[in-house]
Every structure is written in structure tokens, then in C-alpha cells.
Design a protein around this ligand. Structure first.
Ligand SMILES: Nc1ncnc2c1ncn2[C@@H]1O[C@H](COP(=O)(O)OP(=O)(O)O)[C@@H](O)[C@H]1O
Ligand SMILES: [Mg+2]
Length: 256
């Protein structure tokens, strides 16, 4: 496989929690794919098929059992601030205000107070958190917490955002708002987004491509290229075809 300059290439990724040679119990095996810079990719698949494991490997939080992840031409060996992660449970620091949660990574990187203030204030305004900047996480709604988690990744200037079911805990209306928010963020900030969801419509609305992951996935995931005019008409026949395709995939996977 040719190593591209920008984007993510996963080569022959395999994972097994059992690491004794000969006794592996592979979750997925020899999975390869390429993501171009600026793409919005969703991963959809049955519970337990290894979506979170895959995302954790790509972010460098978990070492692959076999294979490698290459980001912008360089192998990912450890967590990297260019690969920002957003989890379902927000993972904010409860003892820090919204502003300080967002500024945390910048402080860690030894930026000056002036630079941190300018950058965080700009992001707070752009993501609609300015009014909430002095609040603590427990004072925020789920949507606001998730905005803060996303703003933190933006503050770090990560080119890649890896999101693991980020809206799973949100109510219907907040989820819709957050979908628009992430869509705007990906366009405005030109991020490359890897997004795990089990929500079929959400995957279609947000993505350029949807990766359909299977239990015991091998080699190449099935994928769906989403080609819909904006604003997306969720009643169109094309949208419905995509829905059917994904739902069929999920139904095939569940053998009760
Ligand atoms: N820490 C762990 N130790 C052992 N097995 C695990 C661990 N975390 C996840 N698993 C198993 O790995 C498989 C994939 O899990 P996961 O990546 O979380 O799936 P998904 O995100 O698609 O629901 C599941 O069978 C799960 O039970
Ligand atoms: Mg998961």
C-alpha cells in the first residue's frame, strides 16, 4: 500500500485481548482502509463488533495486536494531540470550569496565558459556550458538556477528531442540535472526523462515507458512499435506500 502524505491509513489491523500466540481470539483481523484528509467517516456495526477498540487503536490509546496506523505518513505509536478524542461520557474535569477544561491541553503544552486566553475565548464564542464559560460541568446540560469536550479538541488544534458514540446519552432534540453543530465544526474547521454511532440516520446525515463493520470483521469493511445534496432531505428515496442498506447490514449481523 502506498503511504499517503495526509490522512489516515490503517494497514492489516488485528486485535485480540488474548495475547498468547496461538490462543488469540480476534475481534477483527487484517482490516485495512484509508481516510482522506477532511473526510467525515462514520463507523456503524452491531454492539461488541469492535468499533471502540478500533477507534482507540487509531487514536494511539491502544496498541494494535498486529498491523499499523499511519497518520499523515507517520506511524501512530502513542496518543497524539493531533488525534483528539471525544467519548460518550464527556470525560471533562469536574473541578475545572468550562473555560479551564478547554484551556487544559494548552496549559499542559506550556502556552503563555495571553495566548491561552485569546484562543479559548475565540473558541468559546465560536461554539456558543461564551455565556457558560465560568460554569462547572455539573451545572451544564448534556449537550453543553459535549460541546465543551469538542471545544477542547478544537482548542488543541487537532486535525483529527475521533468520536465514540458522542451523542448516545443525549435526548432527541439535543442530539439533532449536536449533529448540526458537528457538521458545522467539520466544515468550518476542516477537520477529519471518525465518528462511531449506532444511529443509522445520524450516520447518513453526517458522513461522506459510512463504514459498515461486522462481527469478526476481516480485511475490508463494506462501505457506503453518501452522495446527498445539502440540506439533506431525509424523505428522499436516496436517503431511504441508504437507510435500508445499513439496516439490512445490521439485521444480517444479529443472529438470535
Ligand atoms: N478491556 C477489555 N477486556 C476484554 N475484552 C474486552 C475489553 N473491552 C472490550 N472487550 C470486548 O471486545 C469486543 C469489542 O468491544 P468494543 O470495541 O467495545 O465493541 P463496540 O464498541 O463495537 O461495541 C467485545 O466483545 C468486548 O466484550
Ligand atoms: Mg463501543
Amino acid at each position: 500500500m502506498i503511504k499517503q502524505e495526509k490522512g489516515i491509513t490503517c494497514e492489516n489491523l488485528s486485535y485480540s485481548w488474548t495475547k498468547h500466540p496461538g490462543e488469540e481470539d480476534y475481534i477483527f483481523r487484517d482490516v485495512s482502509f484509508t481516510i482522506q484528509q477532511g473526510e467525515f467517516i462514520s463507523f456503524i456495526g452491531p454492539s461488541g463488533c469492535g468499533k471502540s477498540t478500533m477507534l482507540n487503536i487509531i487514536s494511539g490509546l491502544l496498541a494494535p495486536y498486529d498491523g499499523k496506523v499511519i497518520k499523515d505518513g507517520i506511524e501512530v505509536m502513542s496518543p497524539d494531540k493531533d488525534l483528539g478524542v471525544v467519548f460518550q461520557d464527556y470525560s471533562l474535569f469536574p473541578w475545572l470550569t468550562v473555560k479551564n477544561n478547554i484551556a487544559f491541553g494548552l496549559k499542559l503544552n506550556g502556552k503563555s496565558k495571553n495566548e491561552i486566553d485569546t484562543r479559548t475565548d475565540d473558541i468559546l464564542k465560536r461554539v456558543g459556550l461564551w455565556e457558560a464559560r465560568k460554569k462547572y460541568p455539573f451545572q451544564l446540560s448534556g449537550g453543553m458538556k459535549q460541546r465543551t469536550a469538542i471545544a477542547r479538541v478544537l482548542a488543541n488544534n487537532s486535525n483529527y477528531m475521533l468520536m465514540d458514540e458522542p451523542f448516545g446519552a443525549l435526548d432527541y432534540q439535543t442530539r439533532l442540535n449536536m449533529q448540526s453543530f458537528v457538521s458545522e465544526v467539520s466544515a468550518e474547521f476542516n477537520k477529519t472526523i471518525l465518528f462511531v454511532t449506532h444511529h443509522v440516520e445520524e450516520a447518513i446525515i453526517l458522513s461522506d462515507r459510512v463504514f459498515l463493520m461486522s462481527v469478526n470483521q476481516k480485511e475490508k469493511m463494506d462501505e457506503l458512499i453518501i452522495d446527498l445534496a445539502k440540506p439533506i432531505d431525509i424523505t428522499s428515496s436516496k436517503f431511504n435506500e441508504y437507510r435500508k442498506y445499513i439496516i439490512n447490514h445490521l439485521n444480517k449481523e444479529v443472529n438470535f
